[in-house]
Structure formats: C-alpha cells, structure tokens
Design a protein around this ligand. Structure first.
Ligand SMILES: Nc1nc2c(c(=O)[nH]1)N(C=O)[C@@H](CNc1ccc(C(=O)N[C@@H](CCC(=O)O)C(=O)O)cc1)CN2
Ligand SMILES: Nc1ncnc2c1ncn2[C@@H]1O[C@H](COP(=O)(O)OP(=O)(O)OP(=O)(O)O)[C@@H](O)[C@H]1O
Length: 201
C-alpha cells in the first residue's frame, strides 16, 4: 500500500505529464471537442433535461467551453461559472459579455450573486488535467472541486448535480492514483463522445 505522501507525489508527477499532453493538443482536436460538446448539449439526456448547468471559462490549453456555453445559453438554460475566493469556490450566473475579473493563473472570473444550494445545479461541467477509465479525475491541484462536492463522498444516493468532465482523449490514463478526498466523475465528454462511468448508469 503506497503511503499518502507517495500518492500525492505520484499525482504531482502525473499532473506535470498530463499538462504537457494537454498543451500538445492540436486545433483539429480542439474543434472536434467543440463539436462533440455542442452535439451532446443538444442530445444527451442529462443535458437535455437540465435547467441549470455550471461550466467554466476555459484557458487556452484547456478543453474549450466557448461553443458549449453559447449552446447551453441559447437553449435557454441557466448557466453558471465558478468563482474562487480564498480557498472556497462557488457558482455565479453566466451573463454573456459581462465584465470579468482577472484571477490567478490567467483565469478570469465573473461577479454576481452566489448560488447557495449546489443541489439546484443539474449538471456541472468540470475542467480536467486528467481522468482515468474508472471516472477518477485530476485538476490543477487546488482541491476546489473536491472541497465543493465533498459531501458526495458520504452519500450513497446523489442524483444532482451530475459531474461531467470535459477533456481531450490525450488526457486519459488507465488508472490515476487517488486520495480519499478525490470526488469521482459521473461521465467524461471528449472529442470522441461521452463516456458514463459505471456507478452512475
Ligand atoms: N478555466 C478554469 N477555471 C477554473 C478552474 C480551472 O481549472 N480552469 N478551477 C479549477 O479548480 C477553479 C480555479 N482553480 C484554481 C486553481 C489553482 C489556483 C492557484 O492559484 N494555485 C496556486 C497554488 C495553489 C495552492 O498551492 O494552494 C498556484 O499554482 O500558484 C487558482 C485557481 C475554478 N475556475
Ligand atoms: N474535502 C477536502 N477537505 C480538505 N482538503 C481537501 C479536500 N479535498 C481536497 N483537499 C485538499 O486539496 C488539495 C488538492 O488535491 P488534489 O490533488 O486532489 O486536487 P485536484 O483534484 O487536482 O484539484 P481540483 O479539485 O481543484 O480540480 C490537497 O492538498 C487536499 O488535501
């Protein structure tokens, strides 16, 4: 059994490799992911039935959300974006064209009223650094999504929100080393389509 220190070290090494793989993705794959996410926003039952969906404003190397945000908004859904303040993350409404605030690491974040109950969200689209075939995820290492959805680890039944990662196939690995606080995904969307994970079907 590896010690917790070696798990977090293994995650750090893997994070570095996966960030490199993400930066190497070409424009064709980026466009394929834009198309795939738009199609799924229109057709997949979890998104079709959703009224409130949270996503994120993508950084240049991340899985792009521009088309997805436009599509969801155009379909009349209430769309939300994450806002990080200190160690906490919460969600505020997405308003196209609204002024954003510069944040660390080149991220921008919206202002706005905070959504108080996370169960009001039907779907959350998460940015990923990597994911594995069991639905484990890796982010930038801030633990923001893990802390936000940590109560999910203690409940056997959690219908909402569905947690869907958005990533390129190049970000997939067979198995990620996981720590007890890591909150798994219900599905991942890549340029090849959507893959639901077993416990969520
Ligand atoms: N586009 C996008 N938006 C996003 C995320 C994301 O991954 N992508 N997030 C996904 O989480 C949240 C913001 N995540 C952040 C993650 C790290 C740091 C940061 O400043 N990290 C420090 C070290 C952190 C520490 O050690 O505590 C740094 O790298 O200098 C800031 C925001 C919400 N919005
Ligand atoms: N529920 C929690 N309570 C307290 N600390 C937590 C919790 N979840 C994660 N953390 C802390 O956050 C840090 C991030 O760990 P991890 O490598 O899992 O990040 P990540 O999954 O890549 O990040 P993110 O969730 O932002 O995408 C760790 O140092 C961990 O101790």
């Amino acid at each position: 059994m590896p010690s917790p220190v070696s798990i977090s070290e293994a995650r750090r090494d893997l994070r570095r490799q996966l960030l490199q793989a993400r930066r190497a993705v070409d424009d064709t794959q980026r466009d394929q992911l834009r198309q795939s996410s738009e199609r799924l926003a229109r057709q997949h039952v979890w998104l079709r039935r959703a009224s409130r969906v949270a996503a994120y404003l993508s950084l240049p190397s991340e899985a792009p959300t521009d088309r997805l945000l436009d599509t969801l908004y155009g379909l009349g859904k209430q769309v939300f974006l994450p806002r990080v303040v200190g160690r906490r993350m919460y969600f505020v409404p997405y308003v196209p064209g609204a002024r954003m605030q510069a944040h660390r690491l080149g991220m921008t974040q919206p202002h706005g009223p905070r959504l108080t109950a996370l169960q009001l969200l039907d779907v959350v689209i998460l940015p990923l650094v990597g994911f594995d075939r069991l639905g484990n995820r890796m982010g930038l290492g801030g633990g923001f999504y893990d802390r936000c959805f940590s109560s999910r680890l203690r409940s056997s039944h959690w219908p909402r929100p569905r947690l869907i990662g958005l990533a390129f196939e190049a970000q997939a690995v067979d198995r990620l080393p996981v720590e007890p606080h890591d909150v798994p995904l219900d599905a991942v969307i890549t340029e090849q389509g959507i893959t639901p994970f077993r416990r969520s079907r």
